[in-house]
Design a protein around this ligand. Sequence first.
Ligand code: ATP
Length: 204
Amino acid sequence: MNVGIFGGTFDPIHNAHLFVAESARRLEGLDRVLFVPTNTVHYRPAPEASAADRCAMIALAIASNDTFALDETDVRAGATGYTADLLPKIAAAYPGARLTFITGADSIASGAWTRFEEVLEALDAFVVAPRAGVSADAVERAACSVSSALRARVKMLDLPDLPESATLVRTLLSQRKSVRYLVPEPTWRYIVARDLYGLRHGDA
Ligand code: ATP
């Protein structure tokens, strides 16, 4: 079985996340893509929405795709938020599976990965979606820190740059602007129903 692991804060999930996950699934021949929200972040401000809300928004967004699943391992008590600690847990849940981690170019280029060699050792592939403003060189430089055998597991996905970000969604909501069609429709309904991200009855 080929399992894709898509980690992030998903604060909230947006359409580019779904596009990247589905494209990675098709390009890499994945049987399943796990969306793995994290709660303990080390390299950025804490998420604005609760873990329960972020999980609910993911579940709603992926419900129409049988190959997508929500994995709550990294929001459970005791989770460290480090991918190096997450991967053995996923491997134990899917014995014998080939594991592919999916990430955006901004994430790897930031160089903020802790125990990156250990992460790559636990994976069969680490695939990177391009992101506006992040050059392939920056990705290459970040991957340079590991041995060539491990670097061979890092691969750029041949995809277009997509402008969506959760920051953009949160910013628009804080300005009481619409995010409809930037996020999946059921996620948008959830945000409106719960007045998330400072929406406060605005016309989202
Ligand atoms: P934020 O704006 O809050 O930093 P984000 O939109 O980058 O959030 P995350 O939850 O941090 O979303 O992202 C999860 C993963 O999805 C990360 O690997 C990130 O790089 C990737 N990702 C998010 N948006 C895009 C995009 N537009 N194109 C490619 N990858 C993306």
